[in-house]
Design a binder for this molecule. Sequence first.
Ligand code: IMP
Length: 186
Amino acid sequence: MARPVDLQDDVATVLIPSEQIQAKVAELGTRVSSDYAGREVILVSVLKGSLPFMADLMRAITIPVQIDLMEVSSYGGTTTESTGLVRILKDLSSSIEGKDVLIVEDIIDTGLTLNYLIRYLRGKNPASLRICTLLDKPARRLVEIAIDYLGFTIPDQFVVGYGLDYGERYRNLPFIGVLRPEVYSG
Ligand code: IMP
């Protein structure tokens, strides 16, 4: 992959501008704060794509929260396709037994990764387990996932930015965008 002078030169369209993301994150933070009022929630984020969303969402929540981080990778597949076979690269640091857990995800595409994660975390007996995702791409869903908190539903397009990558690049773009076709072929 050639190195662009400016990452934004590789972007064909901005799907969701930064201001719109921030407004939505604030709204989600308010909802979480009110739904979990009087309780303490553990936000479990899945690296690396969910990092900016987690960082912004936790600061939009006004009740006490704890955070934990997991990292998973899918076996096989290509850069833009998921396989559903998941390997845990980094597990939880603390027990979630009897705790209220909210999974903070960047995007749900086929749903295979999250489906695996939900089963894995349920096995650890949390008091409750809910799902918060910034983006939902329902067109390609292979397993049903009940989303409790949703930022945006997007069309069946591969997106980058605000944590999401293509070949580990573009995570630092402040918006969600679609790359120019040449970027994939180059
Ligand atoms: P799923 O298992 O197909 O739902 O895929 C989930 C993971 O695939 C996400 O957490 C992302 O890491 C990655 N992914 C899915 N769609 C996109 C996309 O449009 N851009 C970047 N990464 C994506």
